[in-house]
Write a protein that binds this ligand. Structure first.
Ligand SMILES: NC(=O)c1ccc[n+]([C@@H]2O[C@H](COP(=O)([O-])OP(=O)(O)OC[C@H]3O[C@@H](n4cnc5c(N)ncnc54)[C@H](OP(=O)(O)O)[C@@H]3O)[C@@H](O)[C@H]2O)c1
Length: 246
């Protein structure tokens, strides 16, 4: 069942820039009552507060620091929609020594971070009627790109956890959305050398609002993502989302 953003209280991790910022702006433009901007450093949320006033509430949350995630969940005790957007990418080929360090770092934030956020906010979402939990995965959750080998592995692991969370959260009435962008124009895409093929972050923000409303499990928000989503659809319907598959 879908969830309307209008009048809801949401929290977005990594809210200060890139896709996270675009999601905050889309939530507010579709009538969210309040958005907690969960950021590593509180000052980075100041431009959002200056633009949107008290509808944006900065909260400190570092995905590498589980205690800060627990504190954020205690502060945002009225939240109904949690969007775990924060993520990191290192350029690393699987045959480079640097791949080990990259893998460890990306798993810490993209995988362990997801699990900590899900576990910290599960009781909050339950207490507030179920709501929704969205995770920023990627086309890289389904297809490996050799220059980002370890990032792709972390996003595949995050997608696997998102599938499990979909079933586990269903028991408490929390809808789960798995978001799979292709290259999106942010610092991350720039650092990865994908600027020329990247599409605007607003497409992800708007897509999240629409997908939450529809109750879909997957969102493929841009052209590369849509073509992958089209190819994946029948597998997902028959295996991933099939009745009783969980
Ligand atoms: N851009 C793309 O092409 C693309 C495509 C598919 C999926 N994605 C996914 O979409 C999400 C957002 O990506 P983006 O492109 O917006 O990235 P970005 O421009 O690099 O921004 C990353 C965000 O994550 C935050 N962050 C990094 N490490 C963190 C930590 N330890 N704790 C809390 N926040 C942390 C950053 O905060 P600071 O400002 O404090 O560093 C920033 O707000 C990521 O999960 C990414 O994997 C991106």
């Amino acid at each position: 069942m879908g969830i309307e953003v209008q009048g809801k209280i949401a929290l977005v991790t990594g809210a200060n820039r890139g896709i996270g910022k675009a999601i905050v702006e889309a939530l507010l433009s579709h009538g969210a009552a309040k958005v907690y901007a969960a950021v590593r450093s509180l000052g980075t949320a100041t431009p959002l507060v200056e633009k949107y006033g008290e509808k944006v509430v900065p909260v400190q949350c570092d995905l590498a620091d589980p205690a800060s995630i627990t504190r954020a969940a205690a502060t945002a005790s009225d939240v109904e929609i949690v969007i775990n957007n924060a993520g990191v990418l290192k350029v690393a080929n699987a045959l480079e020594t640097a791949a080990f360090e990259a893998l460890e770092y990306e798993f810490q934030i993209n995988v362990y971070g997801l699990l900590h956020v899900a576990q910290a906010f599960a009781p909050v979402l339950k207490a507030n009627g179920g709501g929704a939990f969205a995770q920023l995965n990627s086309v890289a959750s389904l297809k490996a790109f050799p220059d980002f080998a370890t990032y792709c592995a972390s996003k595949a692991a995050a997608y696997s956890l998102t599938q499990s969370l979909r079933a586990s959260f269903a028991a408490q009435g929390t809808h789960v959305l798995s978001v799979h962008p292709g290259p999106i124009a942010t610092d991350m895409a720039n650092d990865a050398g994908l600027t020329e093929i990247a599409e605007p972050a607003s497409q992800v923000g708007e897509g999240v609002v629409t997908a939450l409303r529809s109750g879909a499990f997957h969102l493929w928000p841009d052209s590369m993502a849509r073509s992958m989503g089209d190819a994946y659809q029948s597998f997902s319907a028959a295996v991933i989302e099939a009745e009783g598959s969980e």
